[in-house]
Design a protein around this ligand. Sequence first.
Ligand code: C2E
Ligand code: MG
Ligand code: MG
Length: 753
Amino acid sequence: MSRDYKTDKKANRKRHTTGLLLLSLFLIVIGFGILVGLNKTRKSLVEECENSLLWEVQLTAHEVSNDIENKLAVLDTIQEMIVQTSGIGPDAVKTLAASKIRYGMDYLAVIDTNYTYYDNEGDVIPDTRTKHVEEAMAGKKVVARSVDDVSGDGVVFFVPCTDEDEVVGVLIAKASREELLEMLSVKPQEGTELVVDASGKVVLMADDFGNYLDGMSWDEFFQNGESWKSKKQFDDEIQLMGCAVASAVNKAGKEIYFAVAKVKDYEEFFVVRLTSSKVVEKEIRQSMDRIYFLMVTMAVLIVGVVVSALVMYIRNRIEIYNTAYVDQLTGLPSKAKHKMDAQELIDKGEKRYAYVTFDVDNFKFINEMFGYEYGNKVLNHIAKNVKDSIQPGELCARISSDNFALVLIDGGTQKDLETRIYDLFKKITEPGKPGEVLNICSLRFSCGVYRIDKKQDINAIRANANLARAENKKSVLDEIIFYDEKLKARRVEEKELEYEAEEALVNGDFLVYFQPKYDVETEKIIGAEALVRWLHPVKGMLSPALFVPLFESNGFITEVDLYVLNRVCELIESWIKNGVPPICISVNLSRIHLYERDLVKRLSEVVSMHNVPPEYIEFELTESAFYEETENLLRIMAEIKAAGFRLSMDDFGSGYSSLNLLRRLPVDVLKLDKVFLEECEDGEDETRGKRIVTHVISMAKDLKMEVLAEGVETSDQKMFLQNAKCDMIQGYYYARPMPMKEFELLYKSDKSL
Ligand code: C2E
Ligand code: MG
Ligand code: MG
């Protein structure tokens, strides 16, 4: 058992460690998964931001393309107007000046086929042949970066002037910068945009552009390709798809995201959009924050679920533990827990221990008499005192109903132990304050102690202590019995007796003795009690006090009682046959018979077999039987009475006699135990004792019962009983129990037969 418990404990610890390891591993994997997942999410968020940058720059490029288109259409209108009104020459100045204002241009000029230049202010410059002018003369509309050093950026348009499909000159226009900047409509907090040509030279640049590069010029930034994450890939993408996105580090070490898109139909122009990594980061952070929030919410939920599951699990365990290991009534450890703890303590062997087991005598009676609630109060009271009495390193428990066990440190002598246990019993039975538990009844304990002298199995230890306790039950004097080898030898002897009993009954080794009962007035024999003896071939004459309790424990007493009844019937039968007037003889019936179903039938069969009228047989039921099986007993008594037998209550006054119960019992005779007479001789209490006996006798008579006093030994006792109107006397004063023959002779001489 102890080994099982230890193995269980080890297995449990192993299971817990494995569980913890698995849980840690699981958490590491989950944590790693979350990190990888977060990293991936971050990457895809960066990608998403880059895509939206690309999308926005493409939109702007589209806008720029549309705008150029619109401007070219306007310029076409202006050139048509000039050709048709003033023609290309000095007369065009007026129209140019008016159109400049009307269409919001920085300036307007025309060049005739001789390459003479007329602008809106009336300036005339000869021979202005340039590459773009010549391309326009050839009929192509040209949009080019302004080479004007003053403004630094801008777009110049070269539109052919045609007269009936023949180029007659070129219209040159520079759009106003403000108007052009409207194309680059970026919110300042989102970044900035610029338009560059294929060589990276700035065509149009917002005013706040410089802020983004922290003092770095565009050219510097653009040329500083090493700081780009992948310039080559970037170039390839532009080549292939007309747009690309990348990030580079500016002079101040800040990361800048920039996206580039070709302007459709005007592929010498590119729109560049710059965004500080802060903007991107902010967007990512916002998304990440949402993800973190979700994750935290989920984690809280999971933790909540796990915690409540854990709480439920722990509660469950506690409940299981409490039901299995804690005695629900007293809160002391249960038998199972006690056995485990005791075995562990004894196995450690650090100290010498004594195993103590005790119970309350006739606890069943307390329950029946005062109710289960009171019984529970008593048990709790005992448990509290037991708990208070033990020292650290000692154990206590309630084993079953009124049976308690203790493992005490046995550091001194047997006397020391005995004193300790007596002190405990004294404390338990100490009268409490008025209304407290033990003011109603006093308790007596049966206690067995086994001093453990070696490592042993707890079951064997308990068995030895229980043996001592059981021995205690047979004795009235001692409350504490220590287990010793003699006790064991006695137990062996008892076992032998049990073994030999059946054969002894067949061999007629059981003898029936008779103790006469006398009429108080006439002092004549008016009955007798049959008392069994065992004439053992080796051990000699054995008293019923030695073997009756033994046979009660194994049930053999029922055979013995029937045997006695048979012998008694034989005697009465022979008297009837021989003309001797029969008298009533009583036979003791053990309370074990109460569990027999057809008891009365069996008794009647014996009596009728011997043709003995049942009124000559009286059955004695001992008082202690009355509080064990009250209802059952009442039923059987009624049956015995109905069968015509006489009935007596034996040993009245030796235990917890209930006068109340007496009223319900259909008994003919009340046999006062000899303790009543003892009390009548108890010095100070003598008068009180005598008064009690007198009252009990008169009360019994009121209930129509006859009264017999047992154990009368002196003439004083006899005289007192005569005065108290007792009906019958049985005791050594008149006669001791005697063999049948002797009794027959005595009876016949008494009758003067
Ligand atoms: P009990 O039925 O109360 O029997 C009376 C006991 O008191 C007898 O003891 C008897 O010898 C003893 N006694 C009688 N007069 C005196 C006296 O003046 N002074 C003293 N000190 N004792 C006296 P015994 O025969 O040893 O029987 C003891 C008990 O064993 C009986 O008590 C009864 O309970 C039980 N017993 C005896 N025979 C049988 C039996 O056949 N069947 C059953 N079930 N129990 C039996
Ligand atoms: Mg008796
Ligand atoms: Mg008796």
